[in-house]
Design a protein around this ligand. Structure first.
Ligand code: F6R
Length: 608
């Protein structure tokens, strides 16, 4: 969702804000704007389009000053126009603010403010905040922000400036991520650390309800009663190279190619060869608590939901504990069943997805212990969970999730192994899984070597309007994920199905124009999948088979076949998903799509 950045210090603010916006652009990219404080008040420039358009305009129309705020938008309320872009102003021009989140009672607030004579110039929910602060009583800007927010329902990560109090930014957080960057005589506010990393590694993650006040000489955090809150200063451990393209044309390709390293990073220090188990220190799940688990509920969205489906197979197989996988957005509004012995696992790359966070909170309110499987260190889900597993996959910038997916599967396998070993999984079997996990980075490298062949496939099929992806067992979620990757970045309609379900409907779609992608590595259901291929072949469909080494030749059935290395069936999704990521990537590039910024999407979905 939207990205915000602010700066107070001694340097020229505009270049710092623009660079920050460029790094936050994956969060939203339909319009952008900046407000700079100079001796003469607050000057605002905002327009529809990408950050580079704003940068070009500022090249002709420079704004100078040593403090400012800026925003890159993913529209929720109001079309993505220059007028609706942030920063938003009040009637007097004293206030400028940028906001990430949704003001849920905006319509009622707007009606009341208009009755009092306020003139609105945009269709956004955010503009109500500017007018509320305009009217709010208080000696300082922070007092007025606190007073205004008392009327607000919804979520916000907010940065506010006032022309009357130069060199000050007031920040507020409720439900949308915000952090402070701590420099020497300069301070930053940003939606995430990538925007400030060039200037400082020291960050303060704000909690819900926090208000922060930044000036060039100091910062402090207070609550809504103006009581000072102590917040730790954390160190960002990854470096700038992790958020640069490093010679790749797109972040998505870079992140696909990084997977040998990211899988290795997820495994690092966690495999106990001798005991055939995993060491997961952050779980906070002592053996007594493991013994009490009667069921596991996974809550997640999108790609993370798909990894949850893989996790269901793995965990049920290794532990015998029933696992249910829920769309977080549905689960959070269902009646929560307070069943004793429930362990809830929230899976999220960003750790900020609003639905996942709320589903996790609902589960906790119903008495469940909650774990997070999260990539972004310090994110809200990671901080609110009782324990969990960090992926350590490094920043994922491409909007389509790739390396997080494979790392999530690896984390879920380690969790299954750890729980399984507590509950009767035999040591020998445990050792076998540990050894096979340790081989994965190398197998991922070998899988990536298929890229030229996958690219050739993409060239052959890039003009097709529809695709069907089929798989069974632990590779059915891989079929879902392959279809999601294709549709989100190439805008081709694609559906994933369990291969045997095809004959209950989708088989009607099959003709010579329908490529059918089969995910068919060596496992217990391989022969069944081959039968499903025969059904497609009999109806003239085009078959692309992703199979594995050690399986028989499929050339009698498949138009094309590619082989990933063989591994344990439970680990195969880590390998089979990779050619599907590459296929989606190359098809999207061939179709001229903006791979890293697909239309209508944003990386971190912090609104419900
Ligand atoms: C797809 C994709 C999304 C996310 C989903 C959840 O490529 O990236 O479907 O997986 O929005 O995001 P996280 O994992 O950050 O909770």
């Amino acid at each position: 969702m939207c990205g915000i950045i602010g700066y107070v210090g001694t340097r020229d603010a505009a270049p710092i804000l623009l660079e920050g916006l460029r790094r936050l652009e994956y969060r939203g990219y339909d319009s952008a704007g900046v407000a700079i404080q100079n001796g003469a008040g607050l000057q605002v420039l905002k327009l529809a389009g990408r950050v580079h358009v704003l940068k070009e305009r500022l090249g002709h129309q420079p704004l100078h000053g040593t403090s400012g705020i800026a925003h890159t938008r993913w529209a929720t309320h109001g079309a993505p126009t220059g007028r609706n872009a942030h920063p938003h102003r009040d009637c007097t021009g004293d206030i400028a603010l940028v906001h990430n989140g949704i003001i849920e009672n905006a319509d009622a607030l707007r009606a009341a403010l208009e009755r009092q004579g306020h003139r609105f110039t945009t269709e956004t929910d955010t503009e109500t905040l500017a007018h509320l602060i305009e009217d709010a009583a208080g000696a300082t800007l922070e007092d007025r922000v606190i007073a205004a927010l008392a009327h607000v329902e919804g979520t916000y990560g907010l940065a506010v400036m006032s022309a009357a109090q130069p060199g000050k930014i007031v920040v507020a957080r409720q439900g949308s991520p915000v952090l402070l960057g701590i420099g020497e005589n300069e301070f930053f506010v940003a939606s995430d650390a990538s925007a400030v990393l060039e200037y400082t590694r020291s960050v303060v993650y704000l909690d819900d309800g926090d208000i922060a006040v930044l000036t060039p000489t100091e910062y402090h955090v207070i609550d809504s009663d103006s009581h000072v809150q102590l917040r730790e200063v954390d160190d960002v451990t990854w470096d700038l190279a992790a958020i640069e393209l490093g010679g790749y044309p797109h972040f998505m390709l870079k992140e696909i190619m990084e997977q040998p390293d990211t899988v290795r990073a997820t495994l690092r220090g966690r495999l106990l060869f001798e005991h055939g188990t995993a060491r997961l220190n952050g779980l906070n799940l002592p053996p007594e608590a493991c013994a009490e688990i009667r069921r596991i509920v996974v809550v997640a969205c999108g790609t993370s939901w798909h990894s949850g489906l893989v996790g269901r197979h793995v965990i049920e197989d290794l532990t015998g504990i029933p696992v249910q996988v829920e769309y977080a957005s549905e689960y959070r509004y269902r009646r929560q069943l307070a069943l004793p012995g429930t362990l809830t696992i929230a899976i999220s790359q960003s750790g900020e997805t609003a639905d996942t966070l709320e589903a996790m909170r609902a589960a906790r309110a119903a008495g469940s212990r909650v774990l997070g499987i999260v990539n972004v260190v310090g994110s809200t889900i990671a901080r609110e969970a009782d324990g969990g597993i960090y992926l350590h996959a490094g920043p994922e910038i491409g909007v389509a999730s790739t390396k997080a997916f494979t790392s999530q599967i690896v984390a879920l396998v380690m969790l299954g192994l750890y729980l399984g070993r507590q509950r009767g999984l035999d040591e020998e079997q445990g050792r076998e899984i540990v050894c096979r996990l340790a081989q994965l980075p190398q197998l991922v490298s070998r899988t990536l070597a298929l890229e030229p062949q996958v690219k050739a496939l993409a060239e052959r099929y890039a003009d097709k309007p529809n695709f069907l992806y089929l798989g069974r067992g632990v590779n059915f979620p891989v079929a879902l994920e392959g279809a999601l990757k294709l549709k989100e970045i190439s805008y081709i309609h694609a559906e994933g199905y369990p291969a045997a379900e095809m004959k209950h409907g989708p088989i009607a779609l099959i003709d010579a124009n329908m490529p059918v992608v089969f995910v068919a590595p060596k496992d217990d259901v391989y022969q069944k999948v081959v039968s499903n291929m025969q059904e497609v072949k009999a109806r003239g469909g085009r078959i692309i088979a992703f199979t594995s080494e050690g399986n028989g030749d499929l050339s009698a059935l498949a138009d094309q076949q590619l082989r990933v290395p063989a591994t344990l069936p439970l680990l195969s999704p880590v390998l089979t998903s990779i050619p599907l990521q590459l296929l989606a990537y190359h098809i999207a590039v061939l179709r001229g799509c903006d791979v890293d910024r697909p239309r209508n999407l944003a990386k971190s979905v912090t609104v419900e």
